[in-house]
Design a protein around this ligand. Structure first.
Ligand SMILES: Nc1ncnc2c1ncn2[C@@H]1O[C@H](COP(=O)(O)OP(=O)(O)O)[C@@H](O)[C@H]1O
Ligand SMILES: [Mg+2]
Length: 447
């Protein structure tokens, strides 16, 4: 602050208070929590995504640019694609609720027409291109409609009314269509009804996620498109489906395996941060290796646009790998609980064994934990689940037999018998379909 200002403002100085700059918009704060609980060891990526989202929710948002455009580099299995999947899940309820584009599919300029349409009657002229507004918005819109349909009786009534008029329901007394069925009908509704429904669900901005994996393997045409999207926030679709498509409410994730071999071999030889936490210099070495390669491939004006959000994902430390493994296991327990009211728990010895197996290939990053949980838990459970030896309401304990090294599953008959208490089936006792309760209750008590 200049002296002149200090003098002028004189007396008022004493009433100045510092303003916190770390408070987030509630939605941004929710996203931060969602990502922090699921994505291990990539704080920088979380910080950049959340900070961009927070800005987009403020009056200072740049009206010309997407919410976030970022490039993720680094070794395989470090969570690059997973990060985009998590943001998609946050917005649309599903990991695959996003528009996914593979760079190598667009290795030649002319292939871009399947994204943006073509002005002539080429093959495929009649198919809508991938990047229409309808397409990129469909995931979040579908989710938003589903939540309203399930949770809000008035919305359900209104939609039901509309469905009747649209001849979805044949008679007055017929029960509501299942959600998926409804959505199929909705897509085919005639336009004025569709518009009425759309008005309800377009009040809030519809956010979308676009993922371009291995983007460096695409052609200049795709890079130019990216440049346009990241600088103007919109593109023009050509031909039969001509329209201006806005990406101003989009998160755009680019991933690249550039330099990943080198980063992975450094990880294998212990030259990067695995097992040693993170030192700043490690990150800088990785960043420079990856970015030097990148600069040789993509046009400088595109690099300039994404440089700030170019993040090198680091190899997981031992603790982070363990946390990833626990998350992978929790995904299974949550799924079994939610879908079949099966309680599954594993002994510490078994989890320790799987962790050891997950650590044997540091160059595969967190993916190894996923693979090991698949091999030792998912595949082993498949048999008894298919045969009915493990069924709805069962309480299962997974352990490792220290003598034989075999993985064993035991059914806790005493716990399972609570199914019959007072003649109430366990699923009825715990399951309230309207509540969408996904948390596994702690019926074992804590250790
Ligand atoms: N940092 C991480 N936090 C949590 N899970 C991770 C992480 N990295 C990898 N995983 C797990 O490994 C899987 C593969 O990771 P992915 O993002 O596809 O790797 P890549 O970096 O090669 O794109 C993910 O689906 C996730 O289950
Ligand atoms: Mg990937």
């Amino acid at each position: 602050m200049s002296k002149a200002f200090l003098k002028k403002g004189g007396g008022e100085m004493s009433t100045m208070v510092n303003i916190r700059t770390d408070k987030l918009h509630p939605e941004a704060s929710e996203l931060k929590k969602f990502l922090s609980e699921r994505l291990m060891g990539q704080q920088l990526a979380i910080e950049r995504i959340v900070s961009s989202f927070n800005l987009s929710l403020s009056p200072l948002k740049d009206p010309q640019t997407p919410i976030f455009v970022g490039l993720f580099l680094g070794g395989t299995g470090t969570g690059k694609t997973y990060t985009a999947e998590l943001v998609a899940e946050f917005l649309s309820g599903k990991k695959d609720g996003m528009t996914k584009i593979l760079g190598p599919d667009f290795s030649q300029d002319h292939l871009i027409t399947s994204l943006t349409g073509s002005s002539h009657s080429y093959v495929g002229y009649d198919d809508p291109p991938i990047l229409t507004q309808d397409n990129i918005d469909s995931y979040v819109k579908r989710h938003r409609m589903m939540v309203a349909y399930k949770k809000n009786a008035r919305v359900r009534e209104l939609m039901n009314e509309l469905s009747k008029t649209a001849n979805i329901l044949r008679s007055k007394d017929e029960k509501l269509p299942e959600w998926d069925e409804f959505f199929e009908h909705y897509k085919n509704l005639d336009s004025s009804l569709k518009i009425q429904i759309d008005i309800i669900f377009n009040r809030e901005p519809i956010r979308s996620v676009i993922l371009i994996d291995e983007f460096e393997k695409s052609s200049h045409a795709l890079w130019n498109l990216l440049l346009e999207i990241s600088s103007k926030g919109q593109i023009a679709i050509k031909g039969k489906y001509a329209e201006i498509v806005s990406f101003k409410n989009s998160f755009i994730f680019l991933t690249s395996n550039l330099a990943s071999d080198k980063l992975a071999s450094m990880a294998k030889n212990g030259q990067t941060s695995i097992g040693f936490g993170t030192s700043k210099s490690d990150k800088n070495i990785n960043w420079h290796i990856a970015v030097d390669k990148l600069r040789k491939v993509i046009p400088p004006e595109l690099f300039n646009r994404i440089e700030e959000n170019t993040i090198v994902f680091k190899q997981p430390s031992a603790d982070e790998l363990k946390a990833i493994m626990n998350l992978e296991f929790k995904e299974i327990t949550d799924f079994l609980w939610k879908n079949q009211r099966i309680f599954l728990r594993a002994s510490n010895e078994l989890l320790e064994f799987i962790f050891k197996k997950s650590s044997d290939h540091p160059e595969f990053g967190g993916r190894q934990a996923r693979k090991r949980i698949k091999k030792y838990i998912r595949e082993k459970l498949a048999g008894p689940l298919n045969s009915g030896d493990i069924r709805r309401g069962d309480v299962i304990f997974a352990d490792i037999n220290k003598k034989t090294g075999m993985i064993v599953f035991q059914k806790d008959m005493s716990k399972s018998s609570i199914r019959e208490v007072d003649g109430i089936e366990i699923e009825e006792a715990f399951f309230d379909p309207d509540e969408d309760e996904e948390k596994v209750p702690d019926i074992f008590g804590s250790d």
